[in-house]
Design a binder for this molecule. Structure first.
Ligand SMILES: [Zn+2]
Ligand SMILES: [Zn+2]
Length: 661
């Protein structure tokens, strides 16, 4: 009997073949696609490239000017083979096979990818499913020893989402682009997950703009005893400046303070819970990785057998996790860390709040070495190892002390923090706090070196970083662990957002404001939460794909009708915003508007909007963000343009200007 195994990617195929054949598989190519055979050709393993079938509308609906968004909403999408070579290879291999084992990633998307592959075949095969969540020998062997059947309901739930995403994305994108006359390469995209994510950023920016800082004062006493420490007036923030001044006057010249109360308490500090995708990406983001880059590296590490499947919501290790075996492997890579963890081993590993059965939390499964990984890959691998070891290590022990002092009749308070037993903190230093010991005794007199009255202001809510945005997306159920980082990347690529601390561009903001007024649904997370619920119902067999898709279409058409009525206003608002984004000052030759223009080859430069009557133009750097902040050159009158790319600088755009010498 001949067996064909279908994997999600080539790297996984190569590894699974290696494991099942005990290293004896042979690589060959069929139709230019690598595949792996063993047992005298009785087994063949092939890897796909994720989805090899794409969903799109039939060609006749692609004319934006002829098919209205509303009509498009009702069109049934068609499936197209998006990778012909792999499809051909798959069919050829299947001709010689009696049975097919689907061994794609075990999640909704993986089930659909496997089902798409199977559906390309003629239907004469026995189809089985191997489920695993890491490419480790014990797990792979077990998965192939106890195969299951393909779960069509699970695949349908993923397919429903694809259809709905296409419908909302394509129709609203078409509507917004037509309304603002942004066609061709410059179209404005809208998406079921993308738009509510952008709305989060726009709303945060609005909160910041509406924010009015309130001044407050703090009184800080700098004291010394055995060591120096700071104490703050018990009141904390003084909202009344006069009151702060009055008390300051009273304590200003104090030379001593009296310790009225001193308490020291030992507290244990629980280690972090196992990594799921979101917590992993957050931590990686705080180490300077973009979410996209961190995810890509994690996927490579998974494919190469160093870590478990990196797309998971789960934060609880399954009971069967071979912790001892993993530690033995890690011992060769991080001997000291493993030793430290073993010596301070906790009874049970930590556990987080999210528990699901599909995949375990992200953890190391194999030993890597520095020479096999590049620097960034190594940093991610080390992070995952350290997190894993931390979850197995005992609580840290810290001493937290508080003191109440009397300074010239006014109450002051001081706090201390001291790490007594580092335990997991020695392995995972990312959350470590600064130590500042405080050792006092009641009734003791301390020296006051000086007292400061600081004026401060309340601060607006912070802009999101990629890490905090990811967490917010997860909290609002926006996207999946597999797509979140891509969505953020798209928002940058589409020029809807900018900066490391993310703010919306004029266009991003205008698009959200337009949608919010008429199709609010797509800017809010509720829709996604409902869809998630319905996808579960499909997976459980309680609803059909058609029911869910029809429901969603009805809502979409309602939104489109409302938008249609306001089409002109929406178009104007967006065009105005796009103008602002591209405007680089007034032309020195004719008084026209200088705009950022992209040449046919994609290079950007500044040109005058009176072209061809005025041919004034300036070059622009091709990388980074450029903006005009309203200033003109004192030497030649041309606009001053700011470039942000690994730094920020402003200079005259005119290369011949003396200021550029
Ligand atoms: Zn001009
Ligand atoms: Zn100049």
């Amino acid at each position: 009997m001949n067996t064909l195994v279908i994997c999600e990617k080539n790297m996984a195929a190569s590894r699974i073949a290696y494991i099942l054949s005990d290293g004896g598989s042979k690589r060959s190519k069929i139709s230019g696609v690598p595949c792996y055979t063993f047992n005298d050709g009785a087994w063949t393993v092939i890897g796909l490239r994720g989805h090899i079938v794409s969903l799109d509308y039939p060609k006749q609906y692609n004319r934006w000017d002829q098919v209205s968004p509303l009509d498009l909403a009702d069109v049934e999408p068609v499936r197209k083979t998006s990778n012909r070579r792999i499809a051909t290879a798959l069919k050829k291999l299947a001709d010689n096979a009696d049975r097919v084992i689907v061994a794609t990633d075990y999640d909704r998307e993986g089930e659909l990818i496997g089902a798409e592959g199977v559906d390309l075949l003629n239907g004469s095969h026995t189809v089985m499913r191997a489920k695993f969540s890491s490419l480790m020998p014990y797990e792979i062997r077990q998965a192939f020893d106890s195969t299951d059947s393909l779960d069509r309901d699970l695949a349908a739930s993923a397919e429903a989402r694809r259809i709905i995403d296409l419908a909302w994305g394509a129709t609203l994108t078409r509507f917004i682009s037509l309304a603002s006359n942004q066609l061709g390469r410059d179209f404005l995209s809208v998406g079921r997950v993308q738009s509510p994510t952008l709305a989060l950023i726009v709303n945060r920016e609005k909160e910041r703009e509406a924010f009015e800082p309130t001044p407050y004062w703090r009184l800080i006493a700098h004291c010394t005893d055995q060591a120096s420490f700071d104490a703050e007036h018990r009141q904390g923030k003084f909202w009344d400046g006069d009151e702060a001044a009055r008390i300051y006057k009273k304590v200003q010249r104090a030379e001593h303070g009296m310790v009225e109360r001193y308490e020291r308490e030992e507290k244990s500090e629980y280690p972090p819970s196992p990594f799921n995708t979101t917590t992993f990406l957050r931590q990686a983001s705080s180490l300077g990785f973009s979410a996209g880059a961190a995810m890509k590296i994690a996927e490579t590490l998974y494919m190469r057998g160093y870590i478990s499947y990196p797309r998971t919501d789960n934060t609880v290790y399954p009971p069967g996790l071979p912790i001892t075996g993993i530690l033995e492997k890690l011992e060769e890579v991080f001997p000291e860390l493993v030793e430290h963890s073993r010596q301070h081993q906790r009874d049970k590993p930590t556990r987080g709040k999210k528990f699901s059965k599909d995949h375990p939390p992200i953890h190391p499964v194999g030993k890597a070495s520095r020479d096999k990984l590049n620097k960034q890959e190594w940093r991610i691998y080390e992070l995952i190892v350290r997190r894993f070891l931390a979850t197995l290590t005992m609580d840290a022990l810290a001493a937290v002390s508080t003191a109440a002092l009397d300074i010239a009749g006014e109450p002051f308070e001081a706090e201390g923090y001291e790490l007594l037993e580092a335990n997991w903190r020695a392995i995972y230093p990312h959350y470590n706090k600064k130590e500042h010991p405080l050792h006092l005794s009641e009734g003791e007199r301390v020296t006051v070196e000086g007292i400061d009255k600081n004026k401060q202001k309340t601060k607006p809510p912070r802009r999101y970083s990629q890490g905090t945005l990811l967490a917010m997306m997860e909290k609002n159920n926006l996207g999946t662990k597999s797509t979140r980082h891509d969505i953020i990347g798209k928002l940058y690529a589409r020029n809807y957002i900018k900066g490391k601390y993310i703010s919306p561009t004029h266009t991003g903001r205008a698009v959200i404001e337009a949608l919010e007024r008429s199709a609010e649904r797509i800017t809010r997370p509720d829709m996604t939460a409902e869809l998630e619920h319905e996808m579960n119902e499909i997976a459980e067999g309680e609803k059909t794909l058609d029911e869910v898709v029809d429901d969603s279409r009805r809502l979409l058409k309602e939104a489109l009708r409302q938008l249609q009525q306001r089409k002109d206003v929406i178009g104007e608002v967006i065009q105005e915003a796009m103008f602002k984004q591209r405007f680089m000052g007034k032309c020195t030759e004719c008084g026209g508007n200088l705009m950022v223009i992209r040449s046919r080859r994609g290079k950007r430069f500044i040109g005058c909007d009176n072209y061809p009557d005025c041919t004034n133009s300036y070059p622009l750097p091709q990388k980074g963000r450029v903006l005009f902040e309203g200033d003109y050159c004192k030497e030649c009158g041309a606009p001053m343009v700011t470039t942000i790319y690994r730094g920020k600088w402003t200079k005259c755009v005119n290369l011949e200007c003396p200021s550029n010498d």
